[in-house]
Design a protein around this ligand. Sequence first.
Ligand SMILES: [Zn+2]
Length: 96
Amino acid sequence: MAREREEEYESRGGEGRSEGKGSRGKPRRARPPTACRFCTDRVGDVDYKSVDSLRKLMSIQAKLFSRKRSGVCSAHQHSLKMAVKRARYLALIPYC
Ligand SMILES: [Zn+2]
């Protein structure tokens, strides 16, 4: 499969890398990094009572998305983590 793809790439006028490693490297980022949604809304600390906004940044298994996935800055990711922990303690969000 991969070999066919390489041959196709070279036949289309690729740079002709014969090693075959170039196409299997780290995947390029599809879209540029977005601005932090909390910074754009000028939110200081994330509210643990706003369950809907917390659930948007969590998976179905109630796990928090990474910064890379959600696009939240590091300060707000920390604030978000603490908010999720508080909301879990108050049984607003399941632990799972
Ligand atoms: Zn932020």
